[in-house]
Design a protein around this ligand. Structure first.
Ligand code: UN1
Length: 455
């Protein structure tokens, strides 16, 4: 398995063999022993270990940022912010290790003690994508570890180098085999699922559904975060410039490679003024080498990712769509594509129904807010929607009609608060929410205990 720098594909970041299913099973045996020890470690010590992991990341923040830029082409400013997010996630879950592990309820026999108690589940299998190569592994691993589980992490092949470095930095603060990174592809991932007591996945719908099927057969609790086809709705009373700048960023930064990116912009009423403002805001985004601290839009991850964006632009054109920006220009030799804005698409166009993981956004007119809500909801996905309006009543009534897991008003679709529950509806997610306090429910099992007094 080879991972290459998207801005310079000749630069091989790391080349390692995929972990065989047999080697995964051996790692699981060691992780099971590690779990037996780690789950018996006092919570205060587990919190201390995660605090130390945060410190280790902090003192290597510059180096890790450089590796994120190099391996997955994330622009330097966003890569640095992601490393800071990773540190904050470790600190937050370090503290959660000290939260109450249950509650006391009234017992039914008089004088009985009835209480709930959370226990770790065991080996946690994590399968993570390349686009948030620090934050996503950590927002899954940190709660798992905080509550006493051991972790097997199968990272995306494109982010192998970053995952191996995380294993060194975080792993060094934990007992051996408590946090193990297993590079590989589908066969490795499958073996990780088969070896785990609880599984959390972020990635494509196709792989997520496969894993969900396997987990269901095995009776293993699963959480899967998959795609999105997120919309922003512009109500006529919105602050047009603010909305345009926010949406340009949400659609195009990191070349649109976020499941939370804005893929559709739905404009209520005359789309003209907003469209002009959005074209202007997209034109102002600095595109280029992700090492340059000013860059906001770098390359996409691979040649095939670039081909998908090209295909989507060609399909849009063939259906009579208008390319307002982008579609063709690019720099060589990396996998660069120009931020692309399209309007005038027929309702059945693929771009309006299927996620293209790149810097492509469609503008769709709507006669009124009800039609805008119907368009927003009229796709298979349900991750996040944003609404731009200055009218509070409008905001409240639209929020109530939208069927996505996250809803934002006058804010970008992208960007996630690690201390709040995160997840979508419909094809976007399966299983419970992740992050925030919701993570505790997933990475622990709840036991209800009754102790009746002698009568
Ligand atoms: C963000 O928008 O900051 O894979 C995070 C993804 C999402 C995370 C988005 N699960 O893109």
């Amino acid at each position: 398995m080879v991972s290459r720098s998207p801005q310079n594909p000749a630069d091989v970041v790391v080349e390692v063999p995929a972990t065989s299913p047999e080697a995964v099973r051996q790692a699981a045996t060691r992780a099971s022993d590690a779990y037996a020890r780690w789950s018996a470690v006092p919570a205060l010590e587990r919190a201390g270990a995660l605090e130390a992991a945060a410190g280790a990341l902090d003192s290597h923040a510059e180096e890790l940022t450089g590796l994120v830029v190099r391996e997955v082409g994330k622009p330097r400013s966003e890569a640095a912010a992601e490393v800071q997010r990773g540190i904050a996630i470790l600190r937050y879950f370090a503290q959660q290790a000290l939260d109450p592990m249950g509650e006391v309820l009234p017992g039914s026999p008089p004088g009985a003690l009835l209480y709930t108690h959370r226990r770790p589940r065991g080996i946690t299998g994590l399968i993570t994508p390349w686009n948030f190569p620090v934050a996503i592994p950590l927002w899954k691993a940190a709660p798992a570890l905080a509550f006493g589980n051991s972790v097997l992490l199968k990272p995306s092949p494109e982010a192998t180098g970053i995952a191996l470095r995380l294993a060194e930095l975080v792993g060094a603060t934990l007992p051996p085999q408590t946090f193990t990174v297993l590079p590989g592809g589908g066969a490795t991932g499958r073996a990780v699922v088969e070896s785990s007591r609880v599984v959390s996945f972020t990635g494509s719908v196709a792989v997520g559904r496969d894993i969900a099927g396997l987990a269901a057969e095995l009776g293993t609790p699963l959480q899967a975060e998959m795609g999105g086809l997120n919309a922003s709705i512009i109500v006529p009373d919105a602050d047009v410039e603010r909305a345009a700048t926010t949406i340009a960023g949400a659609a195009m930064t990191y070349a649109g490679q976020k499941c939370t990116a804005t893929r559709r912009t739905i404009v209520v009423g005359d789309p003209g003024p907003f469209t002009d403002a959005l074209v202007g805001a997209v034109e102002r985004l600095p595109v280029g080498d992700p090492n340059d601290p000013a860059t906001l839009v770098g390359p996409v991850i691979s040649e095939s990712a670039r081909a998908r964006v090209d295909q989507a632009a060609a399909e849009a054109r063939s259906l009579g769509g208008r390319l307002l920006r982008g579609g063709a220009a690019r720099e060589e030799p990396g996998w660069f594509v120009a931020p692309t804005l399209v309007d005038n698409l027929p309702a059945h166009a693929q771009l309006l129904h299927e996620e293209v993981f790149g810097p492509v956004c469609a503008i769709i007119p709507a006669a009124d807010v009800d039609e805008a809500a119907a368009i927003t909801n009229g796709v298979a996905y349900g991750l996040v929607t944003s609404v731009f309006t200055t009218d509070l009543d409008r905001a409240l009534s639209l929020v109530a009609k939208i069927d996505t897991g996250l809803i934002r008003v006058n804010a970008p679709t992208s960007g996630v608060d690690f201390y709040a529950p995160f997840g979508g509806e419909k094809a976007s997610s399966a299983g419970p929410r992740e992050q925030g306090k919701a993570a505790r429910d997933f990475y622990t099992s709840l036991h209800t205990v009754t102790i009746a007094p002698r009568v």
